[in-house]
Design a protein around this ligand. Structure first.
Ligand code: XMP
Length: 215
């Protein structure tokens, strides 16, 4: 993904019409559009191809299965036109290796969840976040997902992965995180959903976040 605005739109609306309207309105401000279960379960995987005409698509399926099933999921997602996939790391190195291998075959990206952004994200992830981050680096993942709600954790994770891996960071706005703070802490991109797609003017909301980051 090319870094222009440091902003990724989390497009968690559930219908095609709204998704395409919002994506069109904000496309000049975002470097990528993240889609997940809400939109894909609502409209089917075909929505990925339509959105990919506007910006590279990250498929946030938080893949967490045995290596063979992970492989099948990644193949489907990349064949559908996604540029990247988000996978969990707690399933172990062999599962992650499977995703990375498919991504290499397709020349696509893999981002690994470290510690999640919501309050419960510390309950089980906190003790293993650094280990997962190190595994992501060792496995050759493109980057990791780390919480904008806890910039200090982004700083910790950046120390572990070094400068080669990217950090994409959800939790800005609706979850209380600050875009500027998490970019200063070492994130490459912020991921923003509700603060943009629930706004009366998604384009203005996206522009404001870009201005705040001055990335
Ligand atoms: P909001 O509306 O809170 O949307 O701006 C955030 C988006 O990011 C997803 N999300 C996460 N994804 N690790 C992830 O891989 C996380 O820690 C995490 N926290 C939030 C969320 O599903 C939504 O699409």
């Amino acid at each position: 993904m090319e870094k222009k605005n440091c902003l990724i739109l989390a497009l968690d609306v559930t219908d095609r019409e709204n998704a395409l309207r919002i994506a069109n309105e904000v496309s000049e401000y975002v470097d990528s559009i993240k889609v997940g279960y809400p939109l894909v379960l609502g409209e089917g995987l075909g929505i990925v191809k339509e959105l990919a005409e506007l910006a590279p698509v990250i498929a946030d399926f938080k893949v967490a299965d045995i290596p063979n099933t992970d492989r099948l999921i990644c193949e489907h997602v990349f064949n559908a036109g996604a540029d990247a996939i988000i996978t969990h790391g707690f399933t172990g190195r062999d599962s992650l290796d499977s995703c990375v291998k498919v991504a290499e075959e397709y020349d696509r990206d893999v981002y690994v969840v470290t510690e999640m952004s919501h309050p419960g994200g510390v309950e089980f992830f906190r003790p293993v976040a650094e280990t997962i981050a190190q595994m992501a680096a060792d496995a050759g993942a493109t980057g990791v997902v780390a919480p904008a709600t806890r910039p200090e954790r982004v700083r910790d994770i950046r120390k572990i992965i070094g400068d080669d891996l990217h950090i994409i960071s959800p939790g800005v706005g609706a979850q209380g995180g600050s875009a500027a703070d998490v970019i200063n802490a070492g994130a490459d991109w912020v991921i923003v959903g509700r603060s943009i797609y629930n706004s009366d003017s998604p384009a203005d909301a996206a522009m404001r976040i870009c201005n705040e980051m001055k990335c």
